[in-house]
Design a protein around this ligand. Structure first.
Ligand code: AHR
Length: 519
């Protein structure tokens, strides 16, 4: 046997073993239900930071602006993203924000201390509500529990939600808003466990302040839902477990959600470690789930992942301050990580009832503008796919997939402790049943190989053909830009009457969605 034939034989033996090792099975049983998927897991976040508000959603000087100064191209992109609710006005910003500066005819310019800008306050409460109504998103306001007072928090609720009578309700009417804004969701501060937060508090002091704020706010508007500031600080020396346990014990009966935050990055340029980071989110979800159960609160408490994203490039020096802060450019591997986060929310649909990608425009965002141009970043596409299709009941899916281990010690994010994740499945799968419509989403984390898979419906069968959509791109580092869309959702050929089981080969580094009727 000559050398070439020998190498070819070895190669084909290796390849056939690879292919065999990657065969997978997915079983769907429509009787195995986890819980109702809350549409609020498809939320987003607008902060007065960099060009998120000014130059992002609001840009009166732009030729794209409508009569209210809102950019119509951004409004369209937000509508297509089907953003269920939007958190506002921060973020770290809120801990030095005084809402009265941003209403009425006289706006007060202030030094913005969190992100080092001049805040003109030209855009405030009433402008944000206008934006929210135009795009059909539910506003979610966070109050200032850093440098702000509980009375200031109460007066903002009064301004927004009380129809008439008291001073702040009348102030709103005087400013031309006859009807109340009826803001349902209110956050009690932001990241109060972080030493970067202005007015940071200890867990015990936060509980005292948040509880009193909650009393005043709910007495003003009894139907509101309150979100406590849970753990965001996982740096060495921080104690997120103590923080969450204290908050849950001290605020039960007052709060409806505990907010968790998580940002990850590919710091060591290790694709597989990075792609595993959503498993850490899943673990944190399970830990907080246990803490919630332990408290046995008569008022149910759910998890709100109200800030999550990939954020590691624009994280230091000039990239985090001023008018162009946090302008992260995303690639395909980031979009795959986002899909892992979305799968985490869907798989924990019984406890995760809210999630907000941080943030909406320009600032670590799926939508990016420059001058009068706009493009959609890679991370836009999985979020759009899920927000428009993955609804109803989340199903407990059986997945038999080949797995991998991460490197023994890798860091998830900025300054965070290292971790080791084992048995990470290449295929990450969720399914949702809405009436008779079944949607199955499959993330293939494998960088190089397609994974040929058998998909079996254990209850019933698809009654007709099944639509197939795929998010993918030429390679894991592919990015989008103005006039250049390398990563997007593509409609593939329908599966013609697949019935109760079918085979599919999930391409390397892809997200696939099947959508069809089942009986
Ligand atoms: O989203 C950017 C920042 O990240 C937010 O202002 C803050 O809450 C978090 O640290």
């Amino acid at each position: 046997m000559n050398k070439l034939v020998f190498i070819t034989c070895l190669l084909s033996l290796f390849l056939s073993q690879e292919t065999k090792a990657q065969e997978a099975r997915i079983k769907i049983d429509t009787d195995r239900r986890i819980g109702r998927i809350d549409q609020n897991i498809y939320g987003n976040f607008v902060e007065h930071l960099g060009r998120c508000v000014y130059g992002g959603i609001y840009d009166p000087a732009s030729s794209k602006a409508d009569q209210d100064g809102l950019r119509t191209d951004v409004l369209d992109a937000v509508r297509d993203l089907n953003v269920s609710l939007t958190r506002y006005p921060g973020g770290n910003f809120v801990s030095n924000y005084h809402w009265l500066d941003g209403v009425g005819p006289e706006r007060v310019p202030r030094m913005e201390l969190a992100w080092a800008r001049l805040e003109s306050n030209e855009f405030g409460t009433d402008e944000f509500v206008e934006f929210a109504r135009k795009v059909g998103t539910e506003p979610y306001f966070a109050v200032n529990l850093g440098t702000g007072s509980i009375v200031e928090a109460q007066s903002w609720v009064e301004y927004c939600n009380v129809k008439e009578g008291p001073y702040y309700a009348e102030l709103r009417r005087k400013y031309g808003h006859e009807e109340p804004h009826n803001i349902k969701y209110w956050g009690l501060g932001n990241e109060m466990d972080g030493d970067w937060q202005m007015g940071q508090l200890s867990a015990e002091d936060y509980v005292k302040k948040a509880r009193e704020a909650a009393k005043l706010m709910r007495s003003t508007s009894p139907e509101i839902k309150l979100i406590a500031s849970g753990s965001s600080n996982y740096a060495a020396g921080a104690d997120p477990y103590h923080w969450n346990a204290t908050i849950l014990a001290g605020l039960k009966g007052y709060i409806d959600y505990i907010a968790l935050h998580m940002y990850v990055g590919n710091y060591r340029d290790n694709y597989y470690d990075f792609l595993a980071t959503p498993l850490e989110m899943d673990q944190r979800t399970q830990v907080v789930r246990g803490m919630i159960l332990r408290e046995k609160s008569h008022r149910p408490v759910y998890i709100a992942w109200d800030e999550y994203n990939v954020w590691y490039r624009a994280r230091s020096g000039d990239d985090v301050v001023g008018n162009r802060a946090l302008e992260e450019k995303y690639n395909l591997e980031d979009a795959l990580v986002i899909t892992g986060f979305l799968n985490c929310f869907v798989r924990n649909a019984d406890i995760v009832k809210m999630a907000n990608m941080a943030q909406l425009v320009n600032v670590i965002a799926p939508i990016f503008t420059e001058g009068d141009e706009l493009f959609l970043q890679t991370i836009y596409y999985p979020l759009q796919m899920y927000a428009n299709n993955v609804k109803g009941e989340s199903l407990d899916v059986f997945v038999d997939s080949p797995t991998y281990n991460t490197t023994p010690r890798f860091s998830l994010g900025d300054n965070e402790a290292s971790t080791h994740l084992t048995d990470v499945p290449y295929l990450d799968v969720t399914a949702a049943l809405d009436g008779d419509q079944l949607v199955i989403c499959v993330l293939n984390r494998h960088k190089d190989n397609a994974i040929s898979t058998e998909i079996i419906c254990q209850q019933g069968a698809f009654t007709g053909s099944v639509e197939v959509y795929e998010v993918n791109g030429p390679d894991i580092k592919s990015e989008n830009d103005f006039g250049k869309t390398n990563v997007q959702t593509v409609k593939k050929d329908d599966l013609k009457k697949p019935g109760a089981s079918f085979e599919y080969s999930f391409p390397a580094h892809s997200v696939t969605m099947f959508k069809g009727k089942i009986k």
